[in-house]
Design a binder for this molecule. Structure first.
Ligand code: ZN
Length: 257
């Protein structure tokens, strides 16, 4: 009788362990479970969208970082997206997309502007790691774009070089006669489109676009935490509900705004 009871107890323990394992011990883990072995561009975008939804809701995944680190050390990394975003402290791509070690190759510069060196880093993610998606992620309330819009002078050192890069985006925004926050938002958006065009000039990017690579713009709302994906014919920016003016869309709608 006693033997039967201990046997039942053992079965119960095994069942509980199996249940815990199947549910990730009460927490979610992305270590090999949530991420498919092979990720294409649309899947990559979906993973980022889902991660951003977790970030905005506060339900971020619990991760075993030492285990992830060891897995990468043993098997190598396989980032599924290259993210170009601003260096400012409130735009950490891994956090706002709720991704794990080894998931993203992130390139950051203040104002998410690029030069050949930085485009090289993006190419590296595409060419070496075969990341199927490149995201140019601007953000609202970007400090350097705001300074460029306000035309603040006497910036020391190399900072004027950054503003010079975004000058065309700012000038086009000013041509719209928008003011205040709307003007800033338009400049931030134009900057994303301009940088996207510059990246798409890369012959490596062109080459990989032929085999499924996607390059997309997006805007991170620093207030809500939401990332809004840009479509090639404009975007819906919530309150601003802004569609690109027709005359600014080139024949190739994938190109510069
Ligand atoms: Zn910024």
């Amino acid at each position: 009788m006693r033997k039967k009871a201990s046997c039942n107890y053992l079965i119960l323990v095994v069942l509980i362990i199996l249940l815990m394992v199947s549910q990730g011990c009460g927490s979610k883990s992305t270590l090999g479970a949530a991420r498919p072995a092979r990720v294409d561009a649309s899947m990559a975008k979906q993973l980022l969208t889902e991660g951003n939804a977790r970030f905005t809701s506060g339900e971020i995944l619990k991760r075993d970082l030492p285990k992830a680190r060891q897995a990468i050390a043993q098997n190598g990394q396989k980032p599924f997206a290259v993210i170009l975003t601003c260096s400012e402290s409130d735009v950490p791509a891994e956090m706002l997309f709720d991704q794990n070690l080894g998931d993203l190759l992130v390139v950051r510069t203040v104002g998410n502007v690029v030069d050949p060196l930085l485009i090289g880093s993006i190419e590296y993610g595409v060419e070496h790691y075969k990341a199927p998606l490149v995201v140019i992620l601007g953000h609202t309330n970007c400090g350097i774009v705001k300074e460029a819009v306000e035309n603040k002078e006497q910036c020391p050192g190399n900072i004027p070089n950054i503003k010079e890069k975004m000058k065309p985006a700012v000038e086009r925004a000013k041509e719209t006669k928008l003011t205040g926050t709307q003007l800033l938002r338009r400049a931030e958006e134009n900057n994303v489109w301009d940088v996207k065009s510059q990246i798409e000039e890369s012959h490596i990017i062109k080459q990989f676009k032929g085999s499924g690579l996607q390059v997309i713009g997006a805007m991170y709302d620093a207030n809500s935490g939401t990332v809004e994906w840009y479509e090639d014919n404009g975007c819906d920016l919530g309150d601003f509900d802004y569609t690109l003016p027709k005359e600014s869309i080139s024949e190739n709608s994938n190109e510069k705004r």
